[in-house]
Design a protein around this ligand. Structure first.
Ligand code: S3P
Length: 430
């Protein structure tokens, strides 16, 4: 599907975005090995989460979807999963792959996980190494670097592991495997990454401690089923907040957004860039902070982003690049080489496609530099079948003169089904 985006005169409205994708994966996976019935409210409708549901069903789970965005998971306990008769297909989802691999490393049976073209070209050696150290038998294509992965788990021993890359998926993989190892598994993370797994393990009564850079999980304790309310996905809200900041005469409120500090580096970044952004009704739900966020048309300036903040906004860097095209001065992003191994090489993708629209943007090995502001002009562009690239280009299309056409735009369903309808709903005037 091609999406045609016309320049917008103004954006107005109050909207809600779908449930958080990261938290939804974790609720399903922990619910699967919990004692009792876990009900997940506000489940993300993302295709990635459907990949997790299908994989868990193949492992013997009963997961009911009684109404829109609600899942009921009949937990099997730590030892109740069953060998799948077929290969698990994680589709486009890195989180499904890396989190499930941690769980499967603890199972005394054989599993093969694969995925689509994009997922099969993304690194998994980052999980193969620690899981092998814990005692799992785990093999992957090209010496364990790529999917498909074959895992024969069971009999894990605890390890102390310092993460070589800032990755919540790798951290979570080891913590999930740690539930199956006798004793304490310790993960050291040098830069903080999203901590949804830690919060949910605690909320489900698994013994977990966080001290400085160290996270310790004690093996042998099954999570206890819970009622989980998933907040709106901050990464999805980011597209609308940047759209409001960059389109003239705009004010958009996104309600019920998760504002976990490990996820909202883009909020402090947008504020530092000069965005008129307000958070209201801050509250806590299931150990996760939530707020309503409003952004208005703003006069933006470029800043430098590097170091510890990068993991807290890694998924938002493409949309921040769009904001930077409308900001005064240079926006410099460094230490973000991880962008090259996301659903696409997001550095090349965003630089190539925003250049087509007239942006002054250049790639660096670990980031990009944008010189703003530049008037954008509509053009045909490629999504690289990467949901966040497609949505970033759609937002760029709102500020570009004329029509912008984004190819393979259906990929937005990976994280945000309904994105284009919601975008139309805030548009006032063409
Ligand atoms: C995620 C972690 C991040 C992020 C991804 C979701 C998660 O990946 O980019 O969209 O749910 O844990 P990495 O762990 O590879 O940084």
């Amino acid at each position: 599907m091609q999406a045609r985006i016309q320049q917008a005169r103004q954006l107005r409205g109050e909207i809600a975005v779908p449930g958080d994708k990261s938290i939804s994966h974790r609720a399903l996976i922990l619910g699967a090995v919990a004692e009792g019935r876990t009900v997940v409210h506000g489940l993300s409708p993302a295709a990635d989460c459907a990949s997790t549901i299908r994989s868990l069903q193949a492992l013997g789970l009963e997961i009911a979807l009684p109404e829109k965005n609600t899942a009921v998971v009949n937990g099997k306990g730590l030892r109740g999963l069953a060998e799948s008769a077929d290969v698990l297909d994680a589709g486009n989802s890195g989180t499904t792959t890396r989190l499930l691999a941690g769980l499967l490393a603890g199972q005394p049976f054989f599993t093969v996980i694969t995925g689509d073209d994009s997922l099969r070209s993304r690194p998994v050696d980052r999980i193969v190494k620690p899981l092998a150290q814990m005692g799992a038998t785990i093999l992957g294509r090209r010496e364990g670097r790529f999917l498909p992965l074959a895992i024969r788990g069971g009999n894990l021993k605890p390890i102390r592991y310092s993460l070589p890359v800032a990755s919540a998926q790798v951290k979570s993989c080891i913590l999930l495997a740690g539930m199956y190892a006798e004793g304490d598994t310790v993960v050291e993370e040098l830069e903080p990454t999203r901590d949804h797994t830690e919060r949910m393990l605690k909320a489900m009564d698994v013994p977990l401690k966080q001290k400085g850079k160290h996270i310790t999980v004690r093996g042998g304790w099954a999570p206890q089923a819970a009622n989980i309310v998933v907040p709106g996905d901050a990464s999805s809200a980011a597209f609308f907040l940047v759209a409001a900041a960059t389109v003239p005469n705009s004010a958009v409120t996104v309600t019920n957004v998760g504002i976990n500090p490990t996820r909202i580096g883009f909020i402090s970044t947008l504020k530092e860039m000069g965005a008129e952004l307000q958070m209201e009704n801050e509250r806590l739900e299931n150990g996760e902070p939530v707020a309503d966020i409003t952004c208005r048309t703003s006069s933006l300036r470029g800043i430098t982003l590097e170091g510890d903040i990068i993991p807290s906004l890694v998924d938002e860097l493409p949309i921040i690049a769009v904001a930077a095209t409308q900001a005064n001065g240079a926006m410099i992003v460094r230490n973000a080489a991880e962008l090259r191994v996301k659903e696409s090489d997001r550095i090349d993708a965003i630089v190539t496609e925003l250049s087509r629209l007239g942006a002054k943007i250049e790639a660096t090995p670990d980031g990009f530099v944008v010189e703003g502001p530049t008037p954008l002009r509509g053009a045909g562009c490629q999504s690289y079948r990467d949901h966040r690239i497609a949505m970033s280009l759609a937002v760029a299309g709102l500020v570009a003169k004329g029509d912008t056409v984004v190819d393979d735009a259906e990929c937005v369903d990976i994280s945000f089904p309904g994105f284009f309808d919601l975008l139309e709903s805030v548009r006032r005037g063409v």
